[in-house]
Ligand binder design. Structure first.
Ligand SMILES: *Cc1c(COP(=O)(O)O)cnc(C)c1O
Length: 389
């Protein structure tokens, strides 16, 4: 009997036909349907749809969860980054040190404030390499901002980031979109600079039923600046002191986030960690390498990356034939994206970011979400190990 039929015999027929997905929004809905509907009903009955008590209560709950004073809910992670930069006084022409390996949004936010992205290679974990960053700054000149990404749910070293920013007199804005709850040497990501940004895109560890994001800060000044910027630059009703944007988190999204998603986050993070531990212990294929968890990182495993030596697409086809979905993070580096040219930046030559390029060509993300069953988890491990490379 093949492995999948043995599992099917043990656990029912689900495994043999089921696609192990990268995320499972149906399961999320089924698990908490009553609570979601109750939250929607509460907003409907309140008759208040924009910037009301759901948003302010969620902001307070999120800030408490994070261990920071203030959260400001906005429309997306992209906007959270842009508003953070603007609140810190970013001006056109400012140079922003950042990573070539991330969602394009990280750099898009820099470009939207007229900033100049300055890329440094990543390390073996796939996160911004501060030694490479030192070399880039030495070769190309000072930067005003540093925008690291806690990629895959791993925490970059906050102490090293702070020391780097102090040495270079730069403002730190951590992109925490993939790493809510992650810790570096015991400190929550997002707490090393004056303001950080995160996303509630549905696939994120704290996902909304649509788009959303937030900035977090201990500064009342930055909080008030962000509140004005998300709401047309309004500081009082009909009083506009800046050129702001419309980037408000909806009452509905805030209600779902505060009543259902945020209370589940710690348990779901534990589940992610348990699945990752199973993968770390069980994956043994000689052609698969798991990028190391950064030193000091208590990761929240937004994604589970492996590097494939050999034909990545053949590995993905094998997993697909076993009913296992896979993702790529990210196959085309930001400095190689055509959109960079529209912003006046020449495309980086091949070979400029050897570590990031290795991720772009070899990385495959395995399914990892809190609704995966034990059987699905074992099935992913067995499917990877049974690849005939
Ligand atoms: C998802 C993501 C973003 C963008 O968030 P949106 O809410 O989709 O705008 C930014 N940075 C990283 C690292 C992300 O994963």
């Amino acid at each position: 009997m093949c492995f999948t039929s043995r599992l099917a015999a043990l656990y029912g027929s689900r495994v043999s036909t089921h696609v192990v997905r990268l995320a499972d929004f149906n399961a999320a809905w089924e698990q908490s349907r009553e609570a979601y509907l109750a939250a929607v009903d509460r907003v409907g009955r309140s008759g208040w749809l924009i910037l009301g008590s759901e948003v302010s209560t969620f902001e307070a709950d999120l800030a408490r969860f994070w261990g920071l004073e203030h959260a400001v809910g906005v429309a997306s992670g992209l906007d959270a980054l842009e508003i953070a930069f603007r609140a810190l006084g970013a001006r056109p022409g400012d140079r922003f040190l950042t990573t070539p390996l991330s969602a394009f949004a990280t750099t898009l936010a820099i470009l939207r404030v007229g900033g100049v992205p300055v890329f440094a290679d990543v390390d073996a974990s796939g996160l911004l390499d501060l030694d490479a960053a030192e070399r880039v700054v030495a070769a190309t000149g000072p930067v005003r901002f540093v925008v690291p990404v806690h990629l895959f749910g791993h925490a970059c070293s906050l102490s090293r980031l702070q020391a780097f920013c102090l040495r270079h007199d730069a403002q730190l804005v951590e992109d925490c979109a993939q790493a809510i709850g992650a810790r570096s040497e015991g400190h929550a990501v997002g707490t090393a600079g004056r303001v950080c940004a995160t996303s509630f895109y549905p696939t994120k560890n704290l996902g909304a039923f649509g788009d959303g994001g937030a900035l977090l800060t201990n500064s009342v000044t930055l909080r008030d600046e962000a509140r004005a910027l998300r709401d047309y630059g309004q500081t009082d009703k009909y009083v506009h002191t800046r050129l702001g944007m419309n980037s408000r988190l909806d009452e509905l999204q805030a209600a779902l986030l505060r009543s259902v998603q945020l209370p589940l986050l710690s348990a779901q993070t534990d589940r992610r960690r348990a699945i990752a531990a199973r993968y770390l212990a069980g994956l043994s294929h000689p052609r698969l390498t798991i990028p190391p968890v950064p030193a000091g990182s208590d990761s929240v495993w937004h994604l589970f990356p492996v590097l494939v030596a050999g034909d990545r697409e053949r590995f993905r086809a094998h997993l697909k034939s076993q009913g296992v979905a896979t993702g790529l993070h990210y196959p085309l580096l930001i400095p190689h994206q055509q959109a960079m040219q529209e912003a006046g930046h020449a495309l980086a030559p091949a070979g400029a970011f050897p570590n990031a390029e290795r991720f772009a060509s070899d990385e495959v993300s395995l399914p990892l979400h809190p609704f995966m069953s034990e059987a699905e988890c074992e099935h992913v491990v067995a499917s990877c190990n049974s690849w005939e490379a």
